[in-house]
Design a protein around this ligand. Sequence first.
Ligand code: CA
Ligand code: CA
Length: 533
Amino acid sequence: MKKIILLILLGFTGIALLGCNSTREYVVEGENLASANLDDNYRTYYEIFVGAFSDSNEDGMGDLQGIINRLDYLNDGDPNNGKSLGIDGIWLMPIMESNSYHKYDVSDYKSIDTDYGTLEDFAALTAACEARGINVIIDLVLNHTSSAHSWFRAAKAAIRDGDLTNKYIDYYSIVTAAEKKSGHAYEQIYDSGYYYECNFSTSMPELNMDNPEVLAEIESIIAFWLNLGVSGFRLDAAKYVYLNDTTKNIAFWNWFMDECKAIKEDVYVVGEVWSGDASILPYYESFSNFDFGMSQNMGAIATTANSEDTVNFFVNYLCSYRRSVEAVNPNAILTPFISNHDMNRSAGYLSVTDGRMQMAANLYLLTYGTPFLYYGEEIGMKGVRFATSNTDANRRLAMLWGDKDPVMDPIGTSYDREDQTNGTVKDQLNDASSIYNHYKKVIMIRNANPEIARGTYTQLTFTGYSNFGGFLSTYEDSTVGVFHNTSENPITIDLSTYTEIDFSVIRGYAGKGAASLSGQTLTLDGLTSVVIR
Ligand code: CA
Ligand code: CA
């Protein structure tokens, strides 16, 4: 409700503010759409690797209190005032007790790792986020536990001691040599005749979801976290629960969603099914899924931003993928993103200096669904896993605050700080041309125009243009046009040739240049995007 009132207020005050506050010059002319119920799951999420984000107690390790300290940077309570990044969702990478630095192998599902703080800190974080209208989701790693989990240690000890009645043995996917499935990885338990399934690592034994006692544990874990104030979950390794068995996976995840919805009807869940689009699609029956086809250097966002593919290609990809998703689940929400903690950072293949990174942000933030930024992306942070070493930690480097935050890079990193050429948060906050201020601007335009995230899309095809394109989005009887120019030069185009919609207002533009509308003739500068209504 608070957001609705805010939008109504903005509707009345927007024009007055245009004159007195330079941060509003790109947004927002005309009244905002005030009737929309914006307290929904169409949000802009920000993925945080807690250990590398911000350190509150000077031990070099990022922690939950560090995130609380930085909330004003992310969203100061008014995502439209131009004073914070404006995200309204946070995905926390694993926070539960674990022996590894990345914590994707949990040893206690109802705890906070002591590196990160306490359950009280977590409650304080979710309360502070709720007060600012930020939803928090947490990484849930259910396919496997840590080999240090008490369940697995009990199972292993029982097998060693020949006590095959121990209930924890059946918590895991433990088989005899004859029962091993081809294509699955196993590890022998001592010198017994038994093996545990471990497709990721021998320190990550896989749970047995056919065991009702495991399902009861999961039910209890879901309730524990939802009752602590999380809005939902990011599901790690969703396709590995039953390796290579999509039908059984979806049955399991549908059960999981029923359990979540019994506690929280509007729970938000997004799955990691890192596959081609056709393999991701069936999982939309259960929940939203990251759109991996849009991500990384060869994905639709980067190739379009780098002019390797046309804007028409991007719009067509977006609209056709959305149609495929909605054929599986009419209520599904797309999840566009460029990169995450398992990928090389995007500023390595999208030039900030040339405006290509900014173009990529325009393409996926001015798009249907719930986009996810990876922390540091908004300041053009870099980091790659070198071919010579297994250094995913290089993709999870300490946030570059530039203000003496004691947070340190995770162990095992080999990325040279000299290669961080785009500057720190401190460098960028007051630089109007910084990549940070670009992200802030685009998110503001997105927030001020709910049609973009929520609307029904009409694909427009601009024949003969490779670097210009866009679409219409209609929501609550209001239609906006979103247009991109990925060339270096201005483009002038008579929109009435392509649509019967009468545009009258520029709602915002972002990029290297500006946009203007004369009648139905749009002029859009190079490497710039515009939203008009
Ligand atoms: Ca710390
Ligand atoms: Ca599994």
